[in-house]
Design a protein around this ligand. Structure first.
Ligand code: ADP
Ligand code: MG
Length: 355
């Protein structure tokens, strides 16, 4: 059978199977010593976990042992320990050197990837960072959610990935200052198949983003809800994976597969890749289930989980139909406040770069 056709899930599995067996490509960039030292996450004291409520609990589906294991980023060389000045506030565990390229990924659909890419991006831009949201989902929800009409586009991520068009040629401004979009178009759906025979097909997005990343402080890649070649491109181009997790019953189901695939991409294509932040979204304060899911996520992933959670609010789901991020659509809403706090947390207060 010609690989690349047929069931998309099969195709995704085949791609990752081959990543498992193929040697890493020769041009997979190895991190420089300096980069590695910089990329080392800052250790923080363990977070206190509140005890679970004892009455009328819902039993969450059990996670098999070893299912949810975060891939370790490439080991950093041992750096000279500097004595920490005691009166400085502790550094955020989310602080990383700029520019940061984050793939917002979760192979499930409808879990808040696009909402997070758009609104975290907008709030980072509001903090003064230059931000690019790169729409890698053929459905183009991040593009329309930021006010772009797919019909009016000269070029899109399809041309960047398949036709070597420079990223800046398809970047459009949004209504928010400092926030830019690299839009998707429907033909991106075909890219999954058209990429199969292409030369260095896993690294096409990486090449495009590397050439443009210095123009931005943050690049957020909105990945499609699958583990096919587009997502591989997203993971290969990023240095971080940000995983939104819906506060629902099956929240953690299938996540092991994503984490294993992140580990494969890290081993074969992108040694610097790490899961840097896990964001609990669609939190409903009225249900015990939401609390239980957040607790379970914290038990599994500890300090990788953002302190701020995103509430389930109708305003967040209405904003995209007006082509606006929540901070423009309803700046004082709970959703706007949550994503603003998240942006502060995830940026770790990194100083803006001089331009
Ligand atoms: P994904 O990109 O993972 O498929 P989306 O971000 O498109 O998920 O979200 C799926 C649906 O849920 C959309 O209709 C979106 O507007 C809605 N949604 C996302 N986050 C929230 C939230 N915090 N509260 C309410 N609705 C939300
Ligand atoms: Mg989406």
């Amino acid at each position: 059978m010609v690989e690349g056709f047929g069931d998309p899930a099969e195709r995704g599995r085949a791609i990752f199977e081959r990543l498992r067996s193929d040697p890493p490509p020769e041009d997979a960039p190895a991190p420089s010593e300096e980069e590695r030292v910089d990329a080392e996450p800052v250790p923080v004291p363990p977070r206190a976990v509140t005890p679970a409520p004892s009455s009328s609990e819902i039993t969450l589906p059990p996670i098999p042992d070893g299912e949810l294991v975060l891939p370790e980023p490439a080991p950093a060389p041992i750096a000279e320990a500097e004595p920490a000045p005691s009166d400085e506030p502790p550094r955020s565990p989310f602080l990383r050197p700029l520019p940061r390229v984050m793939a917002v990924a979760n192979q499930k659909g409808g879990v808040g990837k696009t909402t997070t890419a758009v609104n975290l991006g907008a709030c980072l831009a509001e903090l003064g960072y230059r931000v690019l949201v790169c729409d890698l989902d053929p459905q183009g929800n991040a593009s329309t959610g930021l006010g772009l009409n797919p019909r009016n586009m000269q070029s899109s991520m399809y041309d960047v990935i398949l036709n070597d068009v420079p990223l800046e040629d398809c970047v459009e401004p949004s209504s928010v200052r400092n926030l830019f979009v690299a839009p998707a178009s429907l033909d991106l759906a075909g890219a999954e198949i058209e990429l199969v025979p292409a030369f260095s097909r896993e690294l096409r997005l990486k090449r495009a983003i590397d050439a443009a990343a210095d123009d931005y402080d943050f690049v957020l890649i909105d990945c499609p809800p699958s583990l096919g070649l587009l997502t591989v491109n997203g993971l290969a181009a990023a240095t971080e994976v940000v995983v939104p997790i819906q506060c629902e019953y099956y929240a953690l189901e299938g996540l092991g597969q994503l984490l294993r695939n992140v580990a494969l991409v890290q081993k074969n294509l992108n040694p610097r890749l790490e899961v840097s932040a896990i964001i609990c979204v669609m939190y409903d304060a009225r249900t015990k289930l939401s609390d239980q899911v957040v607790q379970e996520v914290r038990t599994h992933f500890g300090d990788k989980v953002c302190r701020n959670v995103v509430p389930r609010t109708v305003r967040l789901s209405e904003a995209p139909s007006f082509g606006q991020p929540i901070i423009a659509f309803d700046p004082t809403s709970r959703g706007a406040i949550a994503y603003r706090e998240l942006a502060k947390e995830v940026s770790g207060g990194a100083p803006q770069r001089a331009r």
